[in-house]
Design a protein around this ligand. Structure first.
Ligand code: NDP
Length: 345
């Protein structure tokens, strides 16, 4: 199958790329710069049994015509759109977050509908951010599932960085569903979204140093570098997580392996609950060399008390994907091993 994968330089996309090539699929992936393109070409030299790889440059996904050329690649059957900003280092949420997320999504869908008639399925990487309702995070009577929608709107983007990020994912995903629903857009493809919560797991994309680690693995770098030595920080609102290899597998299954059974679905890919205190415990147990960075005396980051946290249900997703979710200990151990590799570069 010939697949277009946007944002190939990213943490999750690198695993999708790896899995697609290993299964013999042809991939065209987009990155922002020639520098990033050459790193990916070096990492995946052509070899027998592996699919063909082409790296294309799309400098700015916030431009309405960003994907006009690359979607014209002959024979594309599937598009996996992962590129979207995930960081909290922005000054202007509209320009740096909402525009690339929202215009990036609508522009690629428009370009496919207009110029890529062979595309049969588009998978958009959305997020638990588009499912969760901030007001109900501590409410044990709320169950988040594939059916839940974050009620956040454009009016909320200046509240705080986390809300702005959640808005970017919610508005982008909504726009995607609205696009395929409106007959005027003439979409000949169907849509699937993958909605992961916090994603942990080994880094396989190029990293020049650990300071440039992807956002969801930052806490693990913090832990091994001693920033949890005195106190383990609060886990935050997410509280549920999934391994990057399972997120990638969900994209591959949804995009190229499964048929009508996933068509039009939101895939809520979740392994389990987690807390920072549990993450610290896993590192302490498996890597005695970090004992001084994570002393037993470091407290904090515990799971909220019973009755003060939402519930979640992803039975429908687990059933349709049939993934045996990687457990927390394995995920954190493999993440730390990959961090050590970058440290040793
Ligand atoms: P990364 O930051 O590693 O990847 C983000 C990708 O998007 C990179 O390829 C990045 O390019 C690209 N990108 C970001 N902003 C722009 C922009 N303005 N123009 C062009 N490209 C851009 O994060 P992840 O791999 O974690 O995220 C991938 C997707 O998964 C995103 O859609 C994110 O919202 C979603 N997600 C991630 C979760 C997580 O916990 N990791 C949880 C839920 C959803 P570059 O390398 O050049 O910066």
């Amino acid at each position: 199958t010939k697949v277009l994968l946007t944002g190939g330089s990213g943490f999750i996309a690198a695993h999708i790329l790896e899995q697609l090539l290993a299964k013999g699929h042809s991939v065209v992936t987009t990155v922002r710069s020639e520098d990033k393109a050459s790193k990916i070409r070096e990492a995946y030299p052509a070899q027998s049994g592996s699919g063909e790889l082409v790296v294309a440059i799309v400098p700015d996904i916030a431009q309405p015509d960003a994907f006009d050329e690359v979607v014209k690649t002959p024979g594309l059957e599937v598009v996996l759109h992962t590129a979207s900003p995930f960081h909290f280092k922005f000054k202007d949420p509209q320009k740096e977050l909402i525009d690339p997320a929202l215009i990036g999504t609508t522009s690629i869908l428009k370009a496919i509908a207009r110029d890529a008639p062979s595309v049969r399925r588009v998978v958009v990487t959305s997020s638990f951010a588009a499912i969760v309702d901030e007001a109900s995070i501590a409410d044990p009577n709320t169950t988040f599932s594939e059916k839940s929608w974050n009620p956040v709107t454009m009016n909320d983007i200046h509240k705080n960085p986390a809300t702005a990020y959640r808005a970017s994912k919610t508005l982008a995903e909504k726009a995607a569903w609205e696009f395929v629903k409106d007959p005027a857009n003439n979409a000949k493809f169907d849509l699937v979204t993958v909605n992961p919560p916090m994603v942990f797991g080994p880094v396989v994309h190029y990293l020049s140093n650990l300071a440039s680690i992807n956002t969801s693995n930052e806490r693990i770098v913090d832990a091994v570098q001693g920033r949890w030595e005195k106190e383990i920080p609060s886990t935050g609102a997410a509280l549920i997580w999934v391994d990057v290899r399972d997120v990638a597998a969900a994209h591959v299954k949804a995009g190229v392996e499964l048929g009508d059974e996933v068509s039009g679905k939101r895939l809520f890919v979740v392994s389990s609950w987690f807390s920072n205190s549990e993450v610290a415990g896993v590192i302490r147990k498996n890597f005695p060399e970090y004992a001084d960075k994570l002393p037993e005396t470091a407290k904090g980051g515990e799971f909220p008390p019973e009755g003060e946290v939402f519930r979640w249900d992803n039975e429908e997703t687990s059933k349709v994907l049939g993934i045996d979710w990687i457990p927390l200990e394995k995920s954190i151990v493999d993440t730390v091993k990959s961090i050590k590799k970058v440290e040793g570069q």
